[in-house]
Design a protein around this ligand. Sequence first.
Ligand code: PNS
Length: 160
Amino acid sequence: MANRIAVYPGSYDPLTKGHIDIIKRGLKMFDKIIVAVLKNPSKTYLFNIEERLDMLNEIFKDHKEIEVDCFEGLLVDYLKKKGATIIVRGLRAISDFDIEFQMALMNRNIDKEIETVFLVPSVCYSFLSSRLVKEIYELGGEIKSMVPSTVDKKLKERFK
Ligand code: PNS
């Protein structure tokens, strides 16, 4: 069977265990997953692109089947560059559906070869988001069980 490559794009500001759960599920279907971090100079992030890539490289350093990369511009152009046709996205709740459905159809409209595969995380991560993680750490809370230790350390440093 051909080598199946999928791209899992996102902001990853920061990566959570929900993202890792989706990657693990994706690896049941694909030989390789490219975790592609969006580089968007017009958006403000808590962690800059180098910091986000460093964290991801550290977290996935022992996993040959996971590639960490970044991209700028259109996602479909990045997929073409990588020789991939499949986008993986997580769907946590119905509230994710609208925007994800719109993006999937738009990406397919730009390039008809592109397919988007939606994966559902474990229910224990269904309420988890990078935005809430940042808010909780910023307000002095911590949710160690929801982020990898590399991310927990970085968040504590950032908000100490
Ligand atoms: O983690 P996020 O912020 O939900 O990820 C959004 C992402 C990176 C998947 C999306 O913003 C994207 O694909 N951006 C690249 C630009 C692009 O191709 N836009 C058209 C998509 S319909």
